[in-house]
Design a protein around this ligand. Sequence first.
Ligand SMILES: Nc1ncnc2c1ncn2[C@@H]1O[C@H](COP(=O)(O)OP(=O)(O)O)[C@@H](O)[C@H]1O
Ligand SMILES: Nc1ncnc2c1ncn2[C@H]1C[C@H](O)[C@@H](COP(=O)(O)OP(=O)(O)O)O1
Ligand SMILES: [Mg+2]
Length: 194
Amino acid sequence: MTDKLKDAKIVFVVGGPGSGKGTQCEKIVAKYGYTHLSSGDLLRAEVASGSERGKQLQAIMQKGELVPLDTVLDMIKEAMIAKADVSKGYLIDGYPREVKQGEEFEKKIGAPALLLYVDAKAETMVKRLVKRGETSGRADDNEETIKKRLDLYYKATEPVIAYYEKRSIVRKINSELPVDEVFAIVEKAIDELK
Ligand SMILES: Nc1ncnc2c1ncn2[C@@H]1O[C@H](COP(=O)(O)OP(=O)(O)O)[C@@H](O)[C@H]1O
Ligand SMILES: Nc1ncnc2c1ncn2[C@H]1C[C@H](O)[C@@H](COP(=O)(O)OP(=O)(O)O)O1
Ligand SMILES: [Mg+2]
């Protein structure tokens, strides 16, 4: 474990593609001043840099698949350390995508205090992503890739929730509601942490 992060307050934000993780994280940042680290955003920044590694990542993400665990974990850890002196807490958005990612995170960084499970129906997620795709410019917001991302979510990521439920740190958030009503539920979960 990294010494600098040993007392860090860590919140995992887990949910399907388009469930509303990023939307809620933005609101948490505004109210609580947490550091928001989206694994997808970190990866897209690497792609945008035009590096050789970025090119390889882009090919994987375009197919809706998961990039290698070490790549994403190293990026998250680096970004966490960069904020360690000022951070009030960390929102780890889009990670863990599979149980193994959670285990490795805990070995290399630390344990989460809370897992926000942002829950929406598949039908809702598809609708939101198709809409987001009109403006996002994201290579993976198209119907074919959306379907693959959803399948992978149910297969690989849902087991993550069951894994942490055993530790009683999961709070399920109904993300079918309007954004502010969703946030009211999120606030309660965060307030309990203090
Ligand atoms: N509670 C909500 N009600 C309606 N639309 C929402 C809600 N939450 C998010 N959205 C919309 O759904 C899309 C996906 O949200 P986003 O936060 O990017 O999801 P994720 O980060 O989980 O992929 C966005 O266009 C967002 O505006
Ligand atoms: N923890 C992780 N492990 C492996 N690949 C990841 C990852 N987080 C993101 N990716 C890759 C694969 C995803 O299809 C792509 C986009 O991720 P994202 O921005 O978190 O999507 P979304 O918020 O819509 O679920 O980036
Ligand atoms: Mg997101």
